[in-house]
Design a protein around this ligand. Structure first.
Ligand SMILES: NC(=O)c1ccc[n+]([C@@H]2O[C@H](COP(=O)([O-])OP(=O)(O)OC[C@H]3O[C@@H](n4cnc5c(N)ncnc54)[C@H](OP(=O)(O)O)[C@@H]3O)[C@@H](O)[C@H]2O)c1
Length: 329
């Protein structure tokens, strides 16, 4: 703990997300301190305004003052730094996709459990109060049993040279943005839900990664049965849609900010028996809420976290999607 009783964090990586957003979110968190940041170029680490800047990730994880690390590296670098950080005795919050397949996801959580440390996938949209409200509505059967889901996250314009276009760095639209609509659905269905891919389509647009990935699958558990469609893309007009139909109603998120509502008012629409009801949410920073909740959990004072099985389930759907695409090539 820091002198003022907050959790001391170390940031591994000072790329676009850390520099533009998450360092500020952590500085705003009431129970967390940005103690250190590490980047290959120390001046970029200093740009996050930590107490200490390092030019090596290894030096940061060996700093005994740090309790938790936040990893925002390119996707293929997540797993090695998760394991090294856990071995150095740090709790870990790692950017999405936490790791690149279900087997590695299961192993990473097993390693954290062995060490008695937290490992959390930083799917920031899940900490938005609106996501938590959808969870309440679905659990209370406000729309009956889920039967049909459409989730999209598409945009146009990944710059050349970005790791998102590099297959060796965990690039591609499904890993980058498809993961949001998948996490949103998996969070609402039971742990024992079975997911079965029925169709997957990939477009490369001359790149070596999936620029567009569309997947359809069925889901079944003891009280729901339905189908889902996901669209993720780096080569389509910006769109974020969440529409969940149930046996007795529908929940949808308007205004194309289903997964990235950040410091702006947001809404959800509930349609039951032909009656439309809109709920309004005040502006929040879900990254800040994420850091606060993880810090609370570390200091033993509550804190909401997603379940590890959600990340495993999402990773299994990703695995199935890539497999189906390979088989139908
Ligand atoms: N951008 C977003 O809006 C956003 C939103 C949510 C989640 N994320 C997630 O955050 C993570 C980082 O995304 P980003 O947008 O911040 O990426 P970025 O700007 O490209 O930054 C990449 C990071 O990877 C590090 N890195 C280490 N070795 C590298 C290498 N050989 N080549 C390139 N980079 C290397 C860089 O470290 P140094 O700082 O040491 O140079 C940098 O911190 C990803 O997992 C992504 O899915 C991003």
């Amino acid at each position: 703990m820091s002198e003022n009783g907050t959790v001391n964090w170390g940031f591994i990586g000072a790329g676009g997300l850390a520099t533009g957003t998450t360092a500020k979110s952590l500085h705003n968190a009431h129970n967390a301190t940005l103690y250190a940041a590490a980047a290959r170029d120390e001046s970029r680490a200093l740009g996050l305004s930590p107490k200490i800047a390092y030019d090596s990730y290894e030096k940061l994880i060996q700093d005994p003052h740090i309790q938790a690390v936040y990893i925002s590296l390119n996707n293929d670098a997540h797993l090695p730094w998760i394991l090294k950080s856990l071995d150095a005795g740090k709790h870990v919050l790692c950017e999405k996709p936490m790791v690149l397949n279900a087997g590695e996801t299961i192993n990473a959580y097993a390693h954290a459990k062995d060490k008695g440390l937290l490992l959390v996938e930083a799917v920031w949209s899940l900490w938005h109060p609106r996501a938590q409200r959808i969870q309440e509505l679905v659990s209370s059967k406000a729309i009956g049993s889920p039967t049909n889901y459409l989730g999209t996250f598409t945009f146009d314009g990944v710059t050349k040279g970005n790791y998102r276009l590099d297959p060796n760095k965990g690039g591609g639209a499904l890993y980058d943005v498809g993961i949001y609509p998948l996490h949103a659905l998996v969070a609402l269905l039971d742990e024992d839900t079975q997911y079965s891919l029925t169709q997957a389509e990939k477009e490369n647009h001359g790149e070596q990664v999936d620029m567009t990935m569309k997947a359809q699958f069925d889901f079944t558990n003891s009280h729901s049965q339905g189908s889902a469609a996901i669209v993720s893309s780096f080569a389509m007009h910006p769109s974020q849609r969440f529409v969940l139909k149930g046996s007795e109603g529908e929940i949808s998120l308007p205004k194309d900010q289903a997964f990235t509502s950040f410091n702006q008012p947001s809404e959800l629409t509930l349609m039951v028996n032909g009656h439309k009801h809109t709920e309004h949410f005040a502006p929040v920073d879900p990254y800040q809420l994420m850091f606060e909740n993880v810090s609370d959990r570390i200091s033993g004072s509550g804190g909401w976290l997603p379940n590890p099985w959600q990340s495993v389930q999402v990773a299994k759907i990703l695995d199935q999607t890539f497999k189906l695409v390979r088989e139908s090539a």
